[in-house]
Design a protein. Structure first.
Length: 61
């Protein structure tokens, strides 16, 4: 699926159509790997820390 999306983006670019998600504001999906306390729900953590990536720092460990 990723190869198909990349191929279609390349074909569309030849036709003058810009690829999707060129700006960070349009990218709503981020991968995260964290260790949370057993009692904390991952969804709550994600709402607070991954909601708006353009205004928060990127964490790398």
């Amino acid at each position: 699926m990723a190869r198909r999306m990349l191929y279609e983006a390349g074909v569309n670019l030849e036709q003058g159509i810009e690829p999707p998600a060129l700006s960070a504001a349009s990218q709503a999906v981020r991968a995260a790997g964290v260790l949370l306390p057993r009692e904390q729900k991952p969804q709550e953590w994600a709402k607070e820390h991954l909601r708006d990536a353009t205004t928060q720092p990127v964490y790398t460990l």
